[in-house]
Write a protein that binds this ligand. Sequence first.
Ligand SMILES: Nc1ncnc2c1ncn2[C@@H]1O[C@H](COP(=O)(O)OP(=O)(O)OP(=O)(O)O)[C@@H](O)[C@H]1O
Ligand SMILES: [Mg+2]
Length: 236
Amino acid sequence: MPVLDLKNVSAAYGRIQILHEVSLHVNEKEVVCIIGPNGAGKSTTFKVIMGFIDYLGGDMVFNNQNLVGSRPDQILGLGLGYVPQGRIVFNQMSVRENLEIGAFLQRDKQLIRESMQYVFSLFPRLEERQKQLAGTMSGGEQQMLAMGRALMIRPTMMMLDEPSLGLSPRFTDEIFEKILDLAKTGMTIMLVEQNAARALEIADRGYVLELGKNRYEGTGKELLDNQNVRRMYLGG
Ligand SMILES: Nc1ncnc2c1ncn2[C@@H]1O[C@H](COP(=O)(O)OP(=O)(O)OP(=O)(O)O)[C@@H](O)[C@H]1O
Ligand SMILES: [Mg+2]
């Protein structure tokens, strides 16, 4: 049984249909990556899973729970963490305050402290800089903060949208290391990445989306070895 299972999911913004019967699944403790050109519907796939946009049809199940018709906060409450594209942090708030906001579903102060310790154990830099304003952190640090904030709900699965976008090679390396660290803890991960070769190297499986449709799928290695995928997405 997959942890996350999408079958023939279609979605639109207003009247413009973007996803056309997209199917994908993620098994427990897998790292699955989604690649594809700009505008392919990768971020839209995450948004429809999280309940941010209306869907037109299809099935979406997470941990045996039907996601269709649920609100984003209910979906987070099921243990599905989400880090949107673009390193969105609250610039005028400290690192610590940003993390506290991530725990908005949790009322128990002790559990919030424990979650914060858990995040600090994964990202020691956030602990060192907990009083710093988020807006003054480097891009890579902000990405870590965005991931840390999503981890405050103690999810069993994380969806990461373009975690390395716009980062220097050094920070890209660091973010990929963090994703691997997270995977080693047993976290189920689905990520979207423009750094396709890099993502496929660490992924168990991957999907290629194009024009809002499934195009290719396979193990990370199969996709890396696929001539068409290489030519179109991996620079030959
Ligand atoms: N809020 C919105 N309203 C209307 N159209 C949108 C909206 N957000 C995205 N779109 C359109 O949906 C399509 C898919 O966008 P999406 O952001 O899912 O692509 P993507 O694969 O994540 O691309 P990228 O690699 O550029 O992040 C695009 O044509 C985009 O213009
Ligand atoms: Mg996107």
